[in-house]
Unconditional design. Sequence first.
Length: 205
Amino acid sequence: MTGTPCWAELDVEDPEVAAAFYAAVLGWSAGGEVVADHQHRTLRSDDRAVGALGSPGVAAPPAWTLYLRVGIDGGGAVFGLWESDHDVPPPAPGRLCWAEAASAEPGTTRTFYRELLGWRWEEDGAGPGHLAGHGDDGPVAGLGLAGDALLHWLPVFAVTDVDAAVAAAEGAGGQVVAPVAAGPRGRHAALADPAGARFGVLEVG
């Protein structure tokens, strides 16, 4: 489905540490190679490729880049577009299942993604002013008001037990950015890995 979050890549200075962290929290395995002094690893959940991580090769804050199925958007958030003949698999533990955007100018953000991907925005009960972007087959992403001027995307990965995922993240050197809470899609939390890259976890049945 056009506009569905389908892939995520993490740029981080120490991919070895990141691979160990996400193995503990999401059960991922990481395999790859070093190319021109830059590590690139494919992340897998149950032998299915779900994302990648690597070293950027330049000084930059650690961050996830979210890919949407079909740059820098109108508010400055980095994302990618992914053209594929394959359907995005249904949510399952360890896979990308949702994405959250935070924007200081949500009106501009809504317009950008409506014109680019055809998303229809509707209130979803996740909080005052929070909206869900709907594609052809239903909601695919959320939009809330940012506390700063920088628009950013937060990839959200499915887990079977959000409390266990939070505990695993803390035990592996990560931090809780937003504690476990209930929402229209289920119980969720926002976390940061040891390098500071932020992501979300969402409990799925």
